[in-house]
Design a protein around this ligand. Structure first.
Ligand code: IPE
Ligand code: IPE
Ligand code: MG
Length: 251
C-alpha cells in the first residue's frame, strides 16, 4: 500500500482556497488489522497505531481550519468481532477519552459522540458525558466520534421520534420534510459532510451516515489507517477542491 508520497499541493493560506475548504470531513478509519499483519504485529497493536493516526487527523483538521470532523470508530456491526478485539477497542477508547480530553479542550475542540448508547459500558458512558460537558462551549473544531453507530439504526431511531411526535399531535404528518427528518437525526445541527474519506482500499460505506452522505464527495484511499497523516488529509482536500459539485443542476 502506498504511503504519503505526494508533496502538499496547495497554499492553504490563500483566501480563495480558505473559502472553498470542506466544512465537514467524515472518515471511515479502516485497515488497522491489515496494517498490523503487514508489519507482523497483532491486531491489537494495529488498533493502537490507529489511535496515533486519530491524533494526527484531529490535530491536522484543527490546524487546517476544518469546522467538523466525524470519525467512524466502532460500528454497530463491529460487535460481531471476537470479544477480545471488542475489548481491545473499548480499552483504547477509554484511554483516548481519559488521556486526550485535556489536550482536546486546550485546543478548543468540542467533542460529540453519536451512535446508540445502549450496549456501551457504564464507565464509558460516564466518560463520554464528562468529555462532552467539558468541551461543550469550545468554539474550534467539532470532533464527532461515531461509536456503536449504524446509519440504518439511526434512521429507525429518527423515524420513531417523528412517529411519537405525530402520535402526541405535536407534529402533523404533512409537516414531515427533510428538515424535520434532519432535526431528528443524531447529527441535528451539523452540516452534511462535504468530503468522505475511507482508508484501506475498501470501496463501501459500511452503514455510515447513509442519509447525510447523499451529496458528499467520496475519496477512497489506498493506505491503511495507521499510515494516515496530516499530509494525507491535505491531499484528500486537494482532490476535493478539484471536484465540481453540481447537486443535480448544471455547473
Ligand atoms: C478499522 O480497522 C478499525 C475498526 C473497524 C474498529 P479494521 O480492524 O477494520 O482493520 P481491517 O479492515 O481488518 O484491516
Ligand atoms: C467500518 O470498518 C467501521 C469502522 C471503521 C469503525 P469495518 O472494517 O468494520 O467495515 P467492513 O466490515 O469491512 O465493511
Ligand atoms: Mg476493516
Amino acid at each position: 500500500m502506498e504511503s504519503n508520497a505526494h508533496p502538499i499541493p496547495f497554499d492553504l493560506q490563500k483566501a480563495d482556497i480558505k473559502g472553498q475548504l470542506p466544512k465537514h470531513i467524515a472518515i471511515i478509519m479502516d485497515g488497522n488489522g491489515r496494517w498490523a499483519s503487514e508489519h507482523s504485529l497483532t491486531r491489537s497493536a494495529g488498533h493502537k497505531r490507529g489511535v496515533e493516526a486519530v491524533r494526527s487527523a484531529v490535530t491536522g483538521a484543527a490546524e487546517i481550519g476544518i469546522a467538523y470532523l466525524t470519525l467512524y470508530a466502532f460500528s454497530s456491526e463491529n460487535w460481531a468481532r471476537p470479544v477480545e478485539e471488542v475489548n481491545d477497542l473499548m480499552g483504547l477508547l477509554r484511554l483516548y477519552l481519559s488521556r486526550e480530553i485535556k489536550t482536546l479542550d486546550e485546543k478548543n475542540v468540542k467533542l460529540k459522540v453519536i451512535g446508540r448508547r445502549t450496549g456501551l459500558a457504564n464507565d464509558i458512558l460516564a466518560m463520554i458525558a464528562k468529555a462532552e460537558e467539558r468541551t461543550v462551549n469550545n468554539t474550534g473544531l467539532t470532533l464527532i466520534i461515531a461509536l456503536n453507530y449504524g446509519a440504518r439504526q439511526e434512521i429507525i431511531d429518527c423515524t420513531k421520534k417523528i412517529v411519537k411526535q405525530v402520535a402526541e399531535s405535536s407534529l402533523h404528518p404533512d409537516e414531515i420534510d427533510e428538515k424535520v427528518f434532519e432535526n431528528n437525526l443524531e447529527t441535528a445541527g451539523i452540516p452534511d459532510p462535504d468530503l468522505l474519506i475511507r482508508t484501506s482500499g475498501e470501496v463501501r460505506l459500511s452503514n455510515f451516515l447513509l442519509w447525510q452522505l447523499a451529496y458528499t464527495e467520496f475519496c477512497f484511499l489506498d493506505l491503511y489507517w495507521p499510515d494516515f497523516t496530516k499530509d494525507t488529509l491535505l491531499n484528500a482536500i486537494h482532490d476535493y477542491l478539484g471536484r465540481s459539485r453540481r447537486y443535480g443542476a448544471r455547473p
